[in-house]
Design a protein around this ligand. Structure first.
Ligand code: KIV
Length: 286
């Protein structure tokens, strides 16, 4: 059964409740190849989706939620259930951006049929229009199987976090000529298989540029190059919620400081009985 609900305007905590509008489509994203750069951020919750949506072309419900939301050591333990629950929340909280949902580790690699079952479940249960999957040449057949059956796929090559155990850590890819050639071949294979966009993560810049020029679909860089057709960051990294981030992250805010200050001020007010004041309490009517 679908878990897709829409926001109830009577109970929504957001003011004003965003007005539904036409979402960016997969063909519209594809048509941006070589044009105005595509803006993508991750979102895992309804409120972050509401806040990010007006600024973005795409919202990615990344399996990075395993680390960011659940404190897991990697993306490997993330389940399809987790992706569906967060994906449905992000679709509820967004009206403009194309929502793309990550296929978690173990839910698609075994066969194209397994991938179709997972992707169709994710789309039914969330209302999202596309899925993302990691992998290069080895996943090309699966990408074309899904695309031929109505499932838009975003690829993900280079530093693929689900392959952390094969890669031996979160290492920049492409310094070694053989690895650089593999990243290029992977990007081209996923493009030819019909992906509508490809994330290129953690790749030395000249290879990211060469890969972008070699493919017909937009590339979305993260730790790659400004010459990619778009960029993506984990929103909480971009907002400054964490002290430790990868070198490719630029912080545009200081969210951790804001939370610390507000929580500290609240705690002080509670301890001194300065909160609640008459403004925050209810009295009997005369
Ligand atoms: O899971 C994720 O957030 C991602 C992006 C970092 C590209 O895959």
């Amino acid at each position: 059964m679908s878990t897709t609900f829409t926001i109830d305007t009577a109970t929504s905590r957001a003011t004003p409740t965003p007005a539904p509008m036409k979402r960016l489509t997969v063909p519209a994203v594809r048509a941006r190849k070589g044009g105005e750069p595509l803006v993508m951020l991750t979102a895992y919750t309804v409120r972050m989706a509401q806040l990010m949506d007006p600024h973005c072309d795409m919202l990615l419900v990344g399996d990075s939620l395993g680390q960011v939301i659940y404190g897991l050591p990697s993306t490997l333990p993330v389940s399809v259930e987790m992706m569906c629950a967060h994906g449905a929340a992000v679709v509820r909280g967004s009206y403009h951006s194309l929502v793309v949902i990550d296929m978690p580790f173990g839910s698609y690699e075994a066969s194209p049929e397994q991938a179709f079952a997972t992707a169709s479940r994710i789309m039914k249960e969330t209302g999202a229009a596309a899925v993302k999957m990691e992998g290069g040449e080895a996943m090309a057949q699966t990408v074309s199987f899904l695309v031929a059956r109505g499932i838009p796929v975003m690829g993900h090559v280079g530093l693929t976090p689900q392959a952390v155990n094969i890669l031996g850590g979160h290492r920049v890819q492409g310094r070694d000529p053989a690895v650089a050639a593999k990243v290029l071949a992977d990007t081209v294979a996923i493009d030819r298989a019909g992906a509508f966009a490809i994330v290129i993560e953690g790749v030395v810049e000249p290879i990211a540029i060469e890969a972008t020029r070699a493919v017909s679909c937009p590339t979305i860089g993260i730790g790659a190059s400004a010459e990619c057709d778009g960029q993506v960051l984990v929103a909480e990294d971009m907002l400054g919620l964490f002290e430790r981030t990868a070198r490719f992250v630029k912080r545009y805010g200081a969210m951790a400081d804001l939370v610390n200050e507000a929580a500290g001020a609240y705690a002080a007010d509670v301890r001194s009985r300065a909160f609640p004041t008459p403004d925050q309490t209810y009295q009997p009517k005369d």
